[in-house]
Ligand binder design. Structure first.
Ligand SMILES: [Zn+2]
Length: 121
């Protein structure tokens, strides 16, 4: 469970102390979250190579689809029109875009960072 706790708390996969992201981002100001290039505590590099986070887009896609499906079913409790449900889904996708960005990258780092995986086992 420390894996999930560290992902939620934005902690370094190597030491569990440093932060991965500098800022949380704000969708209303069109600001995406910014990452630290390396951990401030242990110096662990978060970006291994150019394009390292390309695969995180697939994680982000999975998160976005899950959120949209959940939003659809929750919105169906309150509205009867499919058009209104679609508006709720678009609003939720917009509001959660920075959260998806952060958690998809954090999950990607935790899934494929060998040091962190070896430490967990
Ligand atoms: Zn660290």
């Amino acid at each position: 469970m420390s894996f999930l706790k560290n992902v939620i708390q934005n902690k370094c996969p190597n030491c569990g102390k440093g932060k991965v992201f500098k800022t949380n981002g704000n969708p209303f100001l069109f600001q995406m979250p910014e990452m630290h290039p390396e951990c401030s505590e242990c110096g662990h590099k978060f970006v291994k190579e150019p394009g390292y986070f390309f695969g995180a887009m697939y994680v982000s896609y999975g998160l976005a689809v899950a959120e949209m499906v959940a939003t659809f079913f929750i919105s169906r409790l309150f509205v009867t029109s499919l058009v209104h449900s679609l508006l709720f889904i678009v609003a939720a996708a917009f509001l959660l875009c920075t959260i998806n960005f952060r958690y998809s990258r954090l999950l990607w780092i935790y899934m494929f960072d060998s040091k962190a995986k070896a430490k967990a086992n």
